[in-house]
Design a binder for this molecule. Sequence first.
Ligand code: HEM
Ligand SMILES: *[C@@H]1O[C@H](CO)[C@@H](O)[C@H](O)[C@H]1NC(C)=O
Ligand SMILES: *[C@@H]1O[C@H](CO)[C@@H](O)[C@H](O)[C@H]1NC(C)=O
Length: 504
Amino acid sequence: MEYYLETQQIDISQLNINNDAILVLVSFIIFKIYQKTRVPEGLKNVPTLSFLVLLTEIYNKVGPDKRWEDIRDILEKEGIGKLWFNGEWTLTVTDLGLVKDIITKTDLYPKSLLGESFPGNLVTQYYGDNVVFSNGDVWKRHRRIANPSFRNIPVHVFVESAIKLLNVMEKVDNEPIEIRNLMHGLTLDVLGKAAFGFDFNNLEDPKNVYVTAYNDVMEELSKPIYYLISFLEHIVPRTEAIRKIAKLNSLYDEMVEKKMKSMKTGEIDEKINNNSADLLEHMVHACNDPENPTLTSEELRHDLAIFMLAGHDTTANALSTILYLLAIHKDVQKKVRDEILRVLGDDLTPNSEQQKELKYMNMVINENLRLYPPVANLPRRTPSKDIKFRNHVIPAKTPIIINIYGIHHSSKNWENPEKFIPERFENEKHDHYAWLSFGGGNRLCLGINFSLIEQRIMLCSLLRKYEVSLPADSIHKDKLQIAPEGSGTMGPHPLPLIFKRRTE
Ligand code: HEM
Ligand SMILES: *[C@@H]1O[C@H](CO)[C@@H](O)[C@H](O)[C@H]1NC(C)=O
Ligand SMILES: *[C@@H]1O[C@H](CO)[C@@H](O)[C@H](O)[C@H]1NC(C)=O
């Protein structure tokens, strides 16, 4: 669990051997309850997605791609399926009409909140109310404060990190290098600096104390058992986890306090004027505006915690999969590189005009996000009223998950959906809601431009200097091996790639 906490299916997929016995036992009990569970009248005709198939998938640790294979027939035909899990009937949706309704009517379909699913749990305390997990007025307040900070994209941070990345590459010329972890290190560095001006320095020193503190907390918070049986931690206190979280929180608190001080001295105003303020500085600044209701220090910390999560895994996975696609499609790689050289000339990184001119690269980025959407399932929504959909009635409070992976891979929405065809974004007409990598409506990803610019800058730096290829013995030779969404985002298993320095 991390980013988007959508189905517990995913969260428990990381169970280790010791926990498997518990899983089997719990599953058996759940199945017994399931057999006795009555389906709400209005959902009687919604096709059922097999609970036992789901358990098999969890047991086999499959990713969203295999999951889609198993439910594809039903969802392509009906656009909706119901699944019993964690004590309730949950809906999975791919019908674009219903999807549009859910995404555009946020009052009718609020997000389900952490505190509702995991009352009093560590995960709820750590993330609190924040701009990702909140609704209504609370969300508006967070979003209004966060908005201005995302208007100024910290390009200099991307460039500095790109240079460090090239230094790492320099040392391993023409040898396989594991890209997935490297990209996670890179994007964590970027987020730390962009969000609060802090250098995790993962790329140069992956074992440093703050990186460890962050990774420890992520590991603690993704332990599946506490989602499966969330009351467990109320019985046996998780002292170790509490200690680790306190450590990371004190870093965040320190940052917030520091920024509050520099607000008073006028330093933040100067930084905003000379365009060097980070996200937190922009937010502290916006909080001081008498027109806007202010966020408390604690709320600011919760937003930082969620930015770190929302902004780092997602972009890291996107960069990993796009490098894989370029490695196995040499013709596309050449075309992207030719475009970079043509548009950038001697410039090392693209300015915003040049980024628009990188038309082919932008298509490749879109196609990568279509094939491998880092957020494969949108976090659950629970309708505030009964919803009529075709001949069904979805009772209020029924959790609904939009299956982005399925929508992106459905032959109803895309020609040859499994094929990598960047040109489709030039030629093919597709439904507006058939491409949902960043969500949509007023809950559209706040970091969309941040992430896209970060991706373009990294690709420009890497492709200009290196030729990327897949090692002959790669486990991804026939097909990208996708990991279970254990961390809440979808990404590959470890992915060694070869970067060979280009001559000329
Ligand atoms: C490839 C990279 C990324 C992907 C695929 C992605 C995907 C998404 C998606 C699908 C949502 C909608 C969630 C929902 O409707 O429930 C979302 C929301 C959000 N994302 Fe991203 N994201 C990415 C990068 C980033 C970055 C870099 C940041 C920040 C630095 C960020 C911050 C946010 C925030 C704050 C929200 C909540 C917006 C709101 O509810 O008002 N994301 N993202
Ligand atoms: C911007 O202003 C801040 C605060 O006065 C200063 O520390 C920083 O060096 C300035 N940066 C640039 C690029 O001028
Ligand atoms: C992203 O940038 C485009 C133009 O470059 C702008 O129109 C759009 O509002 C930005 N989106 C967000 C969410 O900041």
